[in-house]
Design a protein around this ligand. Structure first.
Ligand code: PBG
Ligand code: ZN
Length: 326
């Protein structure tokens, strides 16, 4: 018998395929990460992330204009400070790198949505995401003292012009602490994009070159999530929602598609997926060797994040993706 049902009927031309496509990526879905460093005229390419640069404020402003002109609505900023200390001064100081870059970008491109990554790891001498007792080499980050520093950091980032605060340190109660801090400081309308389900992942390797934020001892397993857990991700998400998160992030993305899907089913908030540095580096390395078609692999991957439930995607491929969409 010949088949009656012929799904191939709707695949026969590019136009038909376009008409019945369920999921597609648009520029509006994308958030582009940028790294601000001290100095002037600085553009250091990150070795493990070809095409990604640490940029001084003057250069980051040029880059932000380009991003905006491409139709990408938003960037997320990371800062690399002049010097690091146990109090993470560079995170919350008015002259911190995120603060300076934010102010300059908002002045030059007011409509570009600036998301400030709110964490301490780039600014602490030990490279952990929170505060720890002097001389504590076990790397046991103290939760509640860290909350005070995160609050200060978020307030100062918003005072500098940040539109959205994205706390990434996986401290218990950080959304509530930052929410109340922002409210008390007179910023009740600034949304929080919480890195709610962030795993202790080896895919962050290249980022730690880019942001110079590798822990000097120990690892992040006492605050970031264990890769074996998914019910726990739903618990983290539920807590952050209860604490007032406006958007929820899952990170990394590629190896955690099931988490993106489950989180999407569990919340009616926008869900963001972070296509992290290691995912970028793998594609770049393979493409550089001629082993993969970069454009097709990236577009397939980004589409798959959306199919899994992501509303927003943070990706180092954002600028390329938008060009490929045209
Ligand atoms: C630090 C932070 C990390 C990333 C974003 N914020 C690294 C880490 O937790 O060690 C990773 C991003 C990437 O790999 O692209 N809080
Ligand atoms: Zn951190």
């Amino acid at each position: 018998m010949f088949p009656i049902h012929r799904p191939r009927r709707l695949r026969s031309t590019p136009q038909l395929r376009r008409m019945v496509r369920e999921t597609s990526v648009t520029a509006s879905d994308l958030i582009y990460p940028l790294f601000a460093v001290p100095g002037e005229g600085v553009a250091n390419e990150v070795k493990s992330m070809p095409g990604v640069y640490q940029l001084s404020v003057d250069k980051i402003v040029e880059e932000a204009k380009q991003v905006y002109d491409l139709g990408i609505p938003s960037i997320i900023l990371f800062g690399i400070p002049e010097s690091k200390d146990t109090e993470a001064t560079g995170a919350w100081h008015d002259c911190g790198m995120i603060q300076k870059a934010t102010t300059a970008i908002k002045e030059a491109v007011p409509d570009l949505v600036v998301i400030a990554d709110t964490c301490l790891c780039e600014y602490t001498s030990h490279g952990h995401c929170g505060y720890l007792e002097m001389g504590d080499l076990t790397g046991r980050v103290l939760n509640d003292p860290t909350l005070e520093l995160l609050k200060k950091t978020a307030i100062s980032q918003v005072q500098a012009g940040a539109d959205i605060i994205a706390p990434s340190g996986m401290m218990d109660g950080f959304v509530q602490a930052i929410r109340s801090g922002l409210d008390e400081a007179g910023f009740p309308d600034i949304p929080i994009l919480s890195y709610a389900a962030k795993y202790a992942s080896s895919y962050y390797g290249p980022f730690r070159d880019a942001a110079d934020g590798a822990p000097q001892f120990g690892d992040r397993a006492t605050y970031q999530m264990d890769p074996g857990n998914s019910r726990e991700a739903l618990k983290e998400v539920a807590l952050d929602v209860a604490e007032g998160a406006d958007m929820i992030m899952v990170k990394p993305a590629l190896a955690y598609m099931d988490i993106i899907w489950q989180v999407k089913q569990a919340t009616n908030l926008p869900v963001a997926a972070y296509n992290v540095s290691g995912e970028y580096a793998m594609v770049k390395a393979a493409a550089g060797n001629g082993w993969l078609n970069e454009e097709r692999v990236v577009m397939e991957t980004l589409t798959s994040f959306k199919r899994a439930g992501a509303d927003l995607i943070l990706t180092y491929h954002a600028k390329d993706a938008v060009r490929w969409l045209k």
